[in-house]
Design a protein around this ligand. Structure first.
Ligand SMILES: NC(=O)c1ccc[n+]([C@@H]2O[C@H](COP(=O)([O-])OP(=O)(O)OC[C@H]3O[C@@H](n4cnc5c(N)ncnc54)[C@H](OP(=O)(O)O)[C@@H]3O)[C@@H](O)[C@H]2O)c1
Length: 331
């Protein structure tokens, strides 16, 4: 079948003829109709996660899929041929930039009925990230104040809507042209990060979701109330992540060292810093499906590429200028 692969880290994505997916007894075989693009695809291509996530190359890329079930493993109970589904296949099972993909049943959910396949394909990775940051780690409560960095991006557009649904007052950072856009998504205040300093404007926040990192993360700590929490999805990784990922002692030490400075800064301010590396979850996706179908979460697809344009689509990642998500579609 046709697919887009990396043959070597750092080399460009390439089209290839690859074997059909092997369908395990707990897997569903999905005819790919849409595949969301994620910055993580580009990071994997660059080899950024090689230390703890190594792929046997060539690797088919693509971390989000929406499509139709065309086969099921012998032990699959929840899905049947013909179901329209979506998924973020767990990291070792990515490969949505292909005609077909086999995904563990536990990572799959029925797609929301009220959105297109393209919109569904834009959602899994960013919606799960927002869920795991705001619901699981953040435990956001009504009345809390939440800052969502980079509100116009893939994660930001969903995180704003989810934080509002949870009852929070939401501030976000965007470039000037996106201020009205994020207000329409529900943000109570929008800060132009190019011309304004969010640290000077915000104070006493309960939670920050940081998807920018570096200096931005350090500043994020300073807008928190004592006891508040910053959740970083760009890094640096922390010891809890290293433990949960089952990394060896050397990598654990390395990750403790990488995040030592920011954790010390947080401690001095009486706040906490936690790193999130999102994970696949069909169960959480089902809850996301329900919120989409209730009209609480609206997918934002800023650009659609044809399957033939997958290499170009990958090159667009990280260049900005796209509101929400870019998605690859297959007729
Ligand atoms: N750890 C995890 O599990 C996890 C999961 C998902 C994503 N991530 C990471 O999180 C990051 C964001 O992902 P994404 O999918 O949301 O990316 P994206 O869709 O490419 O979003 C980029 C957005 O960042 C905004 N931006 C750039 N510089 C900014 C700044 N200094 N302050 C505020 N906003 C800024 C841009 O806003 P304007 O267009 O308004 O200028 C753009 O909308 C990526 O690095 C990704 O790898 C990590």
């Amino acid at each position: 079948m046709r697919a887009f692969v990396i043959n070597k880290y750092k080399e460009p994505l390439q089209e290839a003829d690859v074997p059909e997916p092997v369908v395990g007894e707990h897997d569903v075989l999905v005819q790919v109709q849409a595949a969301g693009l994620n910055v993580v695809d580009e990071k994997i291509r660059q080899g950024a996660f090689k230390a703890f996530l190594s792929y046997e190359l060539p690797q088919v890329m693509g971390s989000d899929v929406a499509g139709t079930v065309i086969g099921v493993g012998a032990k699959v109970r929840e899905f049947a041929i013909g179901d329209q589904v979506y998924a973020q296949p767990r990291t070792e099972r990515i490969g949505a930039f292909a005609e077909r993909i086999a995904v563990p049943e536990a990572d799959v959910a029925l797609k929301p009925a009220t959105v297109t396949l393209e919109e569904a394909g834009s959602l899994p990775l960013v919606a799960l990230t927002a869920w795991q940051a705001l619901v699981e780690k953040g435990n956001v409560q009504p009345g809390q104040r939440v800052l969502i960095q980079a509100g116009a991006g893939g994660v930001g557009t969903i995180a704003i809507q989810l934080a509002k649904h949870l009852g929070a007052t939401v501030a976000t950072t965007v470039s000037a042209g996106n201020i009205d856009f994020v207000r329409e998504l529900g943000a109570d205040s929008a800060i132009d990060y190019r011309n304004q300093d969010f640290e000077q404007l915000l104070d006493g926040y309960d939670l920050v979701l940081d998807s920018v990192g570096g200096e931005n993360l350090e500043k994020s700590l300073r807008v928190l109330r004592p006891g508040g929490k910053a959740i970083g999805i760009v890094g640096p990784p922390d010891p809890a992540f290293a433990r949960e990922a089952g990394l060896n002692p050397v990598l654990r030490l390395a990750m403790a060292a990488l995040s030592g400075r920011i954790r010390r800064r947080a401690r001095k301010l009486g706040v906490t810093y936690e790193f999130l590396f999102m994970r696949a979850s069909g169960e959480q996706l089902r809850q996301i499906t329900a919120l989409v179908d209730k009209g609480v979460l609206r997918p934002v697809v800023g650009r659609v590429f044809d399957f033939d344009q997958t290499v170009e689509a990958m090159q667009s990642l990280g260049k900005g200028g796209i509101r929400g998500k870019a998605v690859i579609t297959r007729a």
